[in-house]
Design a protein around this ligand. Structure first.
Ligand code: NDP
Length: 297
């Protein structure tokens, strides 16, 4: 059997950013509306700083209004919630993202619930999760939206009747991607750490979405021949080459064992450059959606 087609998340994200930039230009020209994204970073987690910088750069590159609020790690819950409320009331801001994880002592759930659901571009507020689960218009979490774009790009717009298996049930990825697949009329199974005979469950999937956070957990022989595999996992592991590993060098791998999976699947996302680049591009798209809905255009 020939090798699976590679799903190029980097190219797809670039195309989406270009569509967002065109939308932003149109909103400016026709309605004088500049979509605005506020990103809040608390503390100095190096990975979070990288993500926040890239969100700011990409939103500015798309022509959006972009502000970043950097707060010290010892910020109080009350001060953080206060900032969120100010952003809720700020008419130049249409999307609010508080970068997770928050430093110890801060209540993430309470901070998310303080965000105006109409500006919740991360799609984590219970109101948006509820709207999504009822099939109502919502702001859905960015990574799951990115997974759906990659699936439609690969399989076409009609996913109706396909059997989809989602590994993982987190609020950030597993649950919302399952809801989006259901909205697309797939027959959806959500598997998790208590699922029995995971291999057989996975083998039923026409679409397999892996969001587990365990490096290379899913081998090729769990995959149905020809299936489309979306690997959300981002795991840092030592290099296979013992010499490089001994130098402490690491690399990123997914939840799927790419090498064996590629021999069985019909199409597969690589890690890196699969789902990863879609997340920020979808954040920009969600901000444009939020701006349109808030302004009613
Ligand atoms: P969580 O840790 O919140 O959730 C992991 C899920 O996997 C849980 O539902 C858990 O089940 C399930 N799970 C864990 N171990 C097993 C197992 N052995 N068998 C079956 N299921 C298992 O992770 P996230 O959803 O936040 O993230 C998942 C992965 O996606 C991570 O690698 C993360 O880095 C990556 N990620 C990538 C993004 C991107 O932009 N590409 C964005 C967000 C995340 P249970 O509920 O029973 O504990």
């Amino acid at each position: 059997m020939s090798e699976a087609t590679l799903i190029d998340g980097r190219a797809e994200a670039e195309a989406l950013r270009a569509r967002v930039a065109a939308d932003v230009a149109e909103l400016k020209a026709r309605h004088g509306l500049v979509p605005g994204l506020a990103v809040v970073l608390v503390g100095e987690d190096p990975a979070s700083e990288v993500y926040v910088r890239s969100k700011g750069e990409q939103s500015r590159a798309a022509g959006m209004h972009s502000v970043t609020h950097k707060l010290p790690a010892d910020t109080s819950q009350a001060d953080l919630v206060n900032l969120v409320r100010q952003l809720n009331a700020d008419p130049s801001i249409h999307g609010i993202l508080v970068q997770m994880p928050l430093p110890p002592g801060l209540d993430e759930k309470a901070v998310i619930e303080a965000i105006d659901p109409d500006k919740d571009v991360d799609g984590l507020h219970v109101v948006n999760a509820g709207r999504l689960s009822q099939g109502l218009p919502s702001l859905a979490p960015c990574t799951p939206v990115g997974c759906m774009i990659l699936l439609r790009q690969t399989l076409g717009d009609n996913l109706s009747g396909l059997r989809a298996v989602v590994l993982g049930r987190s609020i950030l990825v597993g649950r919302p991607v399952a809801q989006l697949l259901l909205q697309a009329d797939c027959t959806v199974t959500i598997a998790h750490s208590r699922t029995r005979d995971l291999a057989s469950v996975c083998r039923e999937a026409d679409i397999l979405v892996a969001a587990v956070g365990r490096p290379r957990m899913i081998p090729g022989d769990w995959i149905r021949p020809g299936a489309t595999v979306i690997d959300v996992g981002i795991n840092r592991v030592p290099f296979d080459d013992p010499a490089k590993a001994a130098e402490g060098r690491t690399k990123l791998v997914g939840d799927v064992d790419f090498k064996s999976a590629r021999r069985v699947a019909g199409a597969i996302t690589p890690v890196p450059n699969g789902v990863g680049p879609m997340t920020v591009a979808c954040l920009l798209a969600n901000t444009v959606t939020a701006a349109r809905r808030i302004r009613g255009v």
